[in-house]
Design a protein around this ligand. Structure first.
Ligand code: SF4
Length: 86
């Protein structure tokens, strides 16, 4: 069951690529489009952000990826409390 909401500010991704290197399960560089990262399985929003729900099993991988993103465009929110994890 999904417990965390991942919100990705794709507009402000600088295409550094460390997310895709660290976590290819969730991140893929889109060199055909604009060189930014795509959140695999994510839902694009009208404001340019993408969202996906993840479970406990994927939390640490996603958190580690968010921590190494040089521009901090990956955020994780705990769904039941609204707590911002990163
Ligand atoms: S690490 Fe951050 S800035 Fe770099 S490609 Fe991934 S989301 Fe974009």
């Amino acid at each position: 069951m999904a417990k965390y909401l991942v919100k990705y500010d794709r507009t402000n991704c600088i295409g550094a690529g460390v997310c895709a290197a660290a976590s290819p399960k969730f991140w893929k560089m889109n060199y055909d489009r604009d060189g930014k990262a795509d959140l695999i399985g994510g839902t694009p929003k009208e404001d340019g952000w993408e969202e996906i729900e993840i479970s406990d099993a994927d939390l640490e991988e996603m958190r580690a990826t968010a921590e190494i993103c040089p521009v901090n465009v990956i955020h994780i929110i705990k769904k039941d409390t609204g707590e911002k994890i990163i």
